[in-house]
Design a protein around this ligand. Sequence first.
Ligand SMILES: C[S@@+](CC[C@H](N)C(=O)[O-])C[C@H]1O[C@@H](n2cnc3c(N)ncnc32)[C@H](O)[C@@H]1O
Length: 282
Amino acid sequence: MSTPPGTQPTLADSTLARLRETQIAFDSVAADYDGPRGNNGLIQDMRAEMWRWLDATFSPESRLIDLGCGTGLDAVRMGQLGHFVTATDWSPLMVQRTQERAEREQLTDRVRAFEVGGHELQRLDATGSYDGVYSNLGPLNCVPDLAAVSRECARLLKPCGKLVFTVIGRVCPWEMAHYLRQGRWTRARIRFARNTVPVGMNKHTIWTRYYTPREFYRAFKDQFTLEHYRGLCVFAPPPYLTSVRDTHPRIYGRLWRLDKLSAGWPLIHAMGDHFLIVMKRR
Ligand SMILES: C[S@@+](CC[C@H](N)C(=O)[O-])C[C@H]1O[C@@H](n2cnc3c(N)ncnc32)[C@H](O)[C@@H]1O
């Protein structure tokens, strides 16, 4: 990894301040992220779905970038399968957790973690040497300029390299119903904001921008073709409503099966707490 002088994009001070706030927020949860906050049963189901798509997309021994790796749950799993992962995150404490996990699992030859934000991918070298980039559970919602991410991914990938991302979506029927029931109208509408909005976490602020799959793809269309997208948690509730899963496991099981069956269908594929999107380098 290198930081060539003069190649950092210039970000406005206000953007940098927001990135910094988001970094502090994620640092504050890094220690307990693998508990209910970042890895409850519902999140594990979403993760299993992401793994299914990662396995279907990348052939053995691929060179991959994990963008927003968190505590390294995906990176280490991919390393265990024999891939080579450059794990990156904007939160130093998350990166430290990934490094520790890789060391514990004796995978440091396959998983290497770096403090690199999605807005500073120009710091990664090895141009044209990666088979894919993946990002799970919303790091890209916190990156200010997706078109720059697209350009950097195109630079880093081999021809026909793939992107597999899960991104927080705009249209989440469960969330709207949940907040409208509580009379929290402003909160119910937050995902429809056009720009970046502040969302509270652990008494800190994450600056987040929500997308429909089509809006998201627009930033990537010059360098990537769209292969597939589908909703994630369309019928199943979003991860913070994990009580639904705990109290009604059979209903939840049916909803999740419905999700798997139909979340790629027209109209439905643009909904959900998250969406999963697969793109291929032109
Ligand atoms: C909800 S967590 C998901 C973590 C991990 N991908 C997973 O599946 O558990 C979001 C992650 O995005 C990271 N993040 C936030 N803003 C970022 C940015 N600008 N660039 C890269 N990572 C960022 C956070 O530090 C956090 O680790």
